[in-house]
Design a protein around this ligand. Structure first.
Ligand code: CMC
Length: 431
């Protein structure tokens, strides 16, 4: 970020204030209002942060008008096509693509942390079997701070590093355990000779009674889903992680807060909601009815997997996801999947409709991901946990960046108060 020579001028009650204008490496300039309250005794009002940058960051850049997503400068299409998830994790965490030796060392460190403390197994059994796996993940990840005391001191760079590696390594194990618990099957321990995605598939789908062979096609598709969800700058869950950690809370508690926020259907929960919607539509002849409902102001129904706060063009992740859905379903021999047919026709009709065109509503990452995950054998309840495990590296990278920033302050938004002015207390007998 650099200071431009530009300033923005604010005139209020006859007084003029000059506000510095900062210039990012990409994207629009930013008016610096940090001193505004002290100088002019006014706040700015921006619920939902539609025009407010809450931090500076060098990790991820999105150009929503052009449909561009860059991680440390590298386009998501290149990363999804040529790289793989653990390399992208390294890139997000440390800022550059690793050398072969650095990658090997990183993969070894992650692999050696995949098991969870044995005592944590008992923690799972406290949940009801019909608990949503996101409920279990929120609880178990928060509970990690009760198990890994040697990596909760955020002022120690070594402990921060260990906590980061632990969470990236253990999140697939925890997500798989949450799944196994809800279906009543025994937990499957991680295997360190498998790559990250294959290990996760095995922990979800293997049973002790027989050998499980990981299908390399599914493992590649799984890895790509992880990569496409790895980070997405200051979205709701990432901002939650930043706000929680700004108080100095330990990293496990902060990531648990991010998981809780991700669960909502406007955010990561949209992948489950989207597949449920596609199933409910069922056949292409019903699509016009659902499009009409989505356009009806008096109907709360929205097309799930459509629209985005930042993208006003194709979500570049959705493009890769759609190609991947075609590929995976063809390879699994289910190219006539009715849900995929409904999804494609729904996309076609929506993008031909003035409502969606004028509001710039396009399919987002959640529109096609559920179709792939369902074809792989995951129940809908596992879609958001898979998003959470993929996004963990993004949350951690943003958390690390924030903690290492000397300008870090506790996050403390102001408000526009609309309640009662001071009034005298009235005794209960006189009310
Ligand atoms: N279906 C129908 N209308 C929509 C939709 C939709 N999916 N999304 C937005 N709109 C309309 C909305 O009614 C509003 O219309 P108007 O201006 O007439 O009031 C306009 O488009 C702008 O919507 P908004 O709610 O003000 O926009 P936002 O930036 O606050 O919300 C969003 C973004 C993602 C929450 C919203 O588009 C949405 O609810 N989409 C469905 C849920 C979804 O797919 N979420 C996943 C997002 S991507 C992955 C992730 O973040 O986890």
């Amino acid at each position: 970020m650099t200071d431009t020579n530009k300033t923005a001028t604010l005139t209020l009650d006859g007084k003029t204030y000059e506000l510095p204008v900062l210039s990012p490496t990409e994207g629009p300039d930013v008016i610096d209002i940090r001193k505004l309250y002290g100088q002019a005794n006014v706040f700015t009002y921006d619920p939902g942060f539609t025009s407010t940058a809450s931090c500076d960051s060098s990790i991820t850049y999105i150009d929503g008008e052009e449909g561009i997503l860059l991680h440390r400068g590298y386009p998501i299409g290149d990363l999804a096509g040529k790289s793989h998830y653990l390399e992208v994790c390294y890139l997000l965490l440390y800022g550059a693509l690793p050398s072969a030796a650095e990658l090997e060392d990183f993969e070894t460190r992650v692999t050696r942390h995949t098991m969870v403390h044995e005592q944590m197994h008992r923690f799972f059994t406290g949940f009801r079997r019909d608990a949503h796996p996101m409920a279990i993940m929120t609880g178990v990840v928060g509970a990690m701070s009760a198990f890994y005391h040697d990596s909760t001191d955020i002022s120690d760079p070594w402990q921060r590093e260990v906590a980061s590696i632990r969470m990236i390594a253990k999140m697939p194990t925890i997500a798989a355990m949450a799944y196994k618990y809800t279906i009543g099957q025994p937990f499957v321990y991680p295997r360190n000779d498998l790559d990250y995605a294959s290990n996760f598939l095995r922990m979800c789908f293997a049973v002790p009674a027989e050998e499980y062979q990981v299908d390399p096609i599914l493992s590649r598709a799984m890895d790509r889903i992880f990569t496409l969800h790895a980070d997405h700058e200051q979205n709701a869950s990432t901002s939650t992680v930043r706000l929680a950690s700004s108080s100095g809370a330990n990293p496990f508690a902060c990531i648990a807060a991010g998981i809780a926020c991700l669960w909502g259907p406007a955010h990561g929960g949209a992948n489950q909601a989207c597949l449920e919607m596609l199933r409910e539509i069922g056949t292409v002849d019903k699509i016009p009815e659902y499009i009409a409902r989505a356009k009806d102001k008096n109907d709360p129904f929205r097309l799930m997997g459509f629209g985005h706060r930042v993208y006003k063009n194709f979500d570049p992740r959705a493009k890769v996801m759609k190609e991947s859905a075609d590929e995976v379903l063809e390879l699994l021999g289910v190219e006539n999947n009715p849900t995929l047919q409904v999804a494609k026709e729904l996309e076609r009709q929506a993008l031909d409709d003035d409502y969606f065109v004028s509001k710039k509503l396009f399919p987002n990452v959640d529109f096609y991901s559920g179709i792939i995950l369902e074809a792989m054998g995951f129940p809908t309840a596992m879609f958001t946990p898979i998003f959470a495990l993929s996004r963990t590296v993004g949350w951690i990278s943003q958390w690390k960046e924030m903690i290492e920033d000397p300008q870090m302050k506790i996050g403390r938004p102001r408000q526009l108060y609309t309640g009662a002015s001071e009034r005298p207390y009235v005794d209960v007998e006189n009310r």
